[in-house]
Design a protein around this ligand. Sequence first.
Ligand code: HEM
Length: 449
Amino acid sequence: MDAQPTAPVPPPGCPAHQPGGRVPLYGPEYAADPQAYYAYLRHYGPTAPVEIAPGVDATLVTDYATALQLLQDSGSFRKDARRWRDFNEGRIPADSPVLPVLAYRHNCMCADGAEHLRLRQSITDSMMRIDPMRLSQSVERISDFLISQFGERGSADLIGSYAKQLPLFVFNELFGCTADIGDRVFFGITGMFDGVNAEKASEVLFQAVGELIALKRRKPGEDVTSWLLKHHTGLSDDEMLHQVSLLLGAGAEALVNLIGNTLHRLLTDHRYAHEGGLIDEAMDDTLWENPPMTNFAAHYPVSDMEFAGQKLTAGDLMLVSFAGANTGPALSAARKAGSNRAHLAWSAGPHACPSKEPARQIAVSAIENLLNRLPDVELSVPEKSLAWRPGAFSRGLATLPARFTPIKPVSRPSRRPTTTPAAPAPQSAAAPRSEQGGGWSKFLNWLTK
Ligand code: HEM
């Protein structure tokens, strides 16, 4: 638990030293010690003025009870980003890195009321159709493939070579991607995630998802895309495009961080090594203290109002600090009393993550298989040298270098893949050559060799 300073001291390098300054939730100082920032922000009260990227102001809720109040009051706070006043009044830089995440899209995350219910229902019903047994087998197969790529070396970056890749492979299977489409989904999400050539990456992703939807309309299968298409809510092509892209995008980044942050905990805190149920426990502690989505759940007040002692103006950007609320000093007693999963890592209220069961299952299976295959895996650099990726919304390591006793290549499974690496779809003219024959094709080849 973080210590609350008696006299608030802004973290080193924090421009809040200047009177009237907003506290920046980006850059290397913040990434190195976000908990020092939350401890400082608490002195403002339940909400605090922050800047989430250069020129982008927000009000951040850092108190657990206030966070729940906001998340559950959909009459006063809305999700539709077309209400964002600073954006509508031209105050957000056009190239701001937060725009791809906050900009309005035709999906359930940006919808309210009846429209939200309709869009969300199609997602919850389709995700519920995932067979947990099939999902476990898929994760194990993909995990085996990824380990086979580095197992003989005796060392690997567990983020770049494992945590970052596994969720995308799993999604490609769950959503029924062909080799060509899957390679481009992989390229698109990875590019957006890394912020390298993000505009091109999102163009490639949307084009690939569009082709996936067209393919599944012609030839449905046992996959989430086909279930969404057949859902009784009757999603339009535009809704399908944004719903599928949301599932892939929101799911991938959060899952990478859930796997990476839990592995980090397991490799750096020896308490877990001596207790049964270590993965579940390490994951719960991660969700409490180092959640994958840190400051998120953008909401906009519908009118000028007073909230938690603060004056808000209609259309202000409000964010909830899951990481700050979960670690507030007032909360530790309730937590010790046993409500071990009352954390806010999945958010709460009508927009809480609809996929927490499959997401947790994917992350636990991925970690379990890795630890089974590499039982003596350990960190290969001092913990202090590990770098965290910058950015206000999520928390994840840049790399997690590890070493282990080299293992023989994991043999490919005898089970058939659940997705047929069907005749490749026609190559898109817009697809750059570099993502042809990418990771997903390699995996499908490995399965069918
Ligand atoms: C299989 C992987 C995942 C999928 C497909 C997925 C999908 C989604 C979707 C569709 C929403 C929007 C729900 C709505 O607006 O009604 C959502 C919200 C959310 N998810 Fe997930 N998610 C996944 C994994 C995760 C993980 C691992 C975390 C972190 C522990 C997470 C945290 C959240 C949070 C905090 C929200 C609320 C966002 C907001 O209100 O702006 N998700 N997720």
